[in-house]
Design a protein around this ligand. Structure first.
Ligand SMILES: [Zn+2]
Length: 90
């Protein structure tokens, strides 16, 4: 095998085809928040627009995402503040 980048695996593609609406339940949000935070840190959050919409409108889930962003950003040597701003929490 070569080292060809595969940003979208089958699981991601499945989720993308499911998440065609801007609406997401808190339950769905909770299931995808880990992946969304990873994408935020990789500047690929545009792939999950329903998450962005939900987090802007749901303080509880936005807070959950914030608690994940901060340690994840620090692990990556990143400043979490711009990422938090991207959550719409600021
Ligand atoms: Zn929510």
């Amino acid at each position: 095998m070569t080292s060809r980048a595969r940003p979208f695996g089958p699981e991601v593609m499945r989720q993308l085809t499911l998440d065609t609406e801007p609406w997401l339940s808190c339950d769905d949000c909770f299931h995808h928040v880990d992946e969304y935070v990873e994408r935020l840190l990789a500047a690929q959050e545009q792939a999950m627009p329903a998450m962005a919409v939900h987090l802007r409108g749901c303080p509880a889930c936005a807070e959950e995402a914030e608690t994940l962003v901060i340690p994840a950003a620090e692990d990556s040597g990143m400043d979490p503040r711009p990422v938090l701003a991207g959550l719409g929490a600021g």
